[in-house]
Design a protein around this ligand. Sequence first.
Ligand SMILES: [Zn+2]
Ligand SMILES: [Zn+2]
Length: 132
Amino acid sequence: MIERIAACSCGQLSATVTEAPIRVSICHCTDCQRRTGGVFATQARFRKDAVRITGSSTEYIRVDDEGRKKATFHFCPHCSAILYWRLEAEPEMVLIPVGAFADPGFPTPTISVWEQDKHAWVSLPANIKHFS
Ligand SMILES: [Zn+2]
Ligand SMILES: [Zn+2]
C-alpha cells in the first residue's frame, strides 16, 4: 500500500492518502496563480475514500467567470496553507497540492492545463499532455 502524508505549514491540518494519485496536473490559470502566489499550481487528484483528513480547516469557495465549476478550498486557519479542495463537478475526488507532500520523489505531472495563461519562461516535462 502506498501511504503519503500531506500537511500544512504548521502541521495542524494533514491528509493521509492510501493510494497513488489518479492524476497529477499543472494548472497555469490566473486563479491558481493568485491562489498559490506561484506562477502555476501542481495538484494531485485522489479518490475521496483514499484520503483521511486530520485537523481543522476553513473553507473558501471559488466560482469561475460564468459562475460555474465551484471549487471548495480548505485551508489551515492558523498558517493559511491550502491543504485540499473539492470540485463540485467531481464529488468523488479530493485534490491536494503536490507541494503539501514535501516529497521531491512525488509522481511527475502528466497533464498541463490553462496553457494560455502560462508564463513564457516555464518549461514542462517532455511527455506532458497539453491543454489550453
Ligand atoms: Zn497550518
Ligand atoms: Zn487553475
